[in-house]
Design a protein around this ligand. Structure first.
Ligand SMILES: C[S@@+](CC[C@H](N)C(=O)[O-])C[C@H]1O[C@@H](n2cnc3c(N)ncnc32)[C@H](O)[C@@H]1O
Length: 233
């Protein structure tokens, strides 16, 4: 769904304030670091967005690939992380040309913007990139039975515990009138039950299970951890 890529490439208002945006990326980085099993690991953040705390992730691993489809966002990533020798920025097309070399792939808060077929293609690319024993962590999956009210509640709870409740309320009001709301109504977001996602992962050759906690601030969404279903020797 390219319209969502264009949305993320625009000057959108998905974050209520700078503090919200910075905290979001700090928490996502903290949660990604929790999945890194060795300081030598090669990590790929698939559709990483602005990845403002990527330097922290890079400190915790051997090499970090930041892959992002939105060209404007990718340009900023290249400029922001040019001095960091552990970070490489890639397009999603570039990933198709890479060798099997990655220990951990994280795809957080992305699957909802893809058609089911796009997600299958991404799984195929990721499966080929993962070393035997490597893991895919798929975060922030929306469930069919959980609607927008829970997203609003999760944001307000996050905002009130981190001191940006006023900005969040203002942000929610402007989001209600924004391109995001229009796109969410018109194009929609993809949702999967736990069972559906485990089956989708299995069809792509992964053995997946739900993690106890979601990545990021929204406890109503789900994270899955998956490995190659058939380990090669
Ligand atoms: C909510 S942001 C998540 C960014 C980051 N992973 C995080 O956790 O903050 C959604 C990301 O998905 C990307 N995206 C949107 N539609 C996509 C699609 N159809 N295929 C691949 N990526 C897409 C956007 O460019 C954006 O980087």
């Amino acid at each position: 769904m390219d319209e969502w890529i264009d949305y993320y490439d625009s000057t959108h208002t998905i974050y209520a304030s700078k503090l919200h945006r910075d905290l979001h990326f700090q928490i996502v980085a903290r949660d990604i670091i929790g999945y890194i099993s060795s300081p030598d690991s090669v990590v790929l953040d698939y559709a990483c967005g602005e990845a403002l705390s990527a330097a922290k992730v890079a400190d915790a691993c051997g090499k970090l690939y930041l892959a992002e489809p939105a060209p404007g966002v990718r340009g900023r990533l290249i400029a922001r992380f040019a001095p960091n020798t552990k970070i490489r920025v890639r397009s999603l097309d570039d990933l198709r040309k890479m060798d099997e070399s990655v220990d951990l792939v994280v795809m957080n808060s992305v699957a909802q913007y893809m058609t089911p077929d796009e997600l299958d293609s991404a799984f195929a690319v990721i499966r080929r990139l993962l070393k035997p024993g490597g893991r895919l962590v798929l975060g922030d999956i929306l469930r069919p039975e959980v609607g927008m009210t829970k997203d609003v509640l999760a944001l307000l709870k996050f905002a009130s515990s981190h001191g940006f409740l006023k900005d969040a309320l203002y942000g929610l009001a402007s989001t209600a009138l924004s391109d995001y709301r229009q796109l969410r109504t018109r194009v929609g977001l993809q949702r999967y039950s736990e069972d559906q996602m485990i089956k989708k992962l299995a069809a792509a050759g992964f053995l997946g299970s739900r993690a106890p906690f979601n990545i990021g601030h929204n406890p109503w969404r789900m994270t899955f951890v998956a490995r190659h279903a058939f380990q090669r020797n």
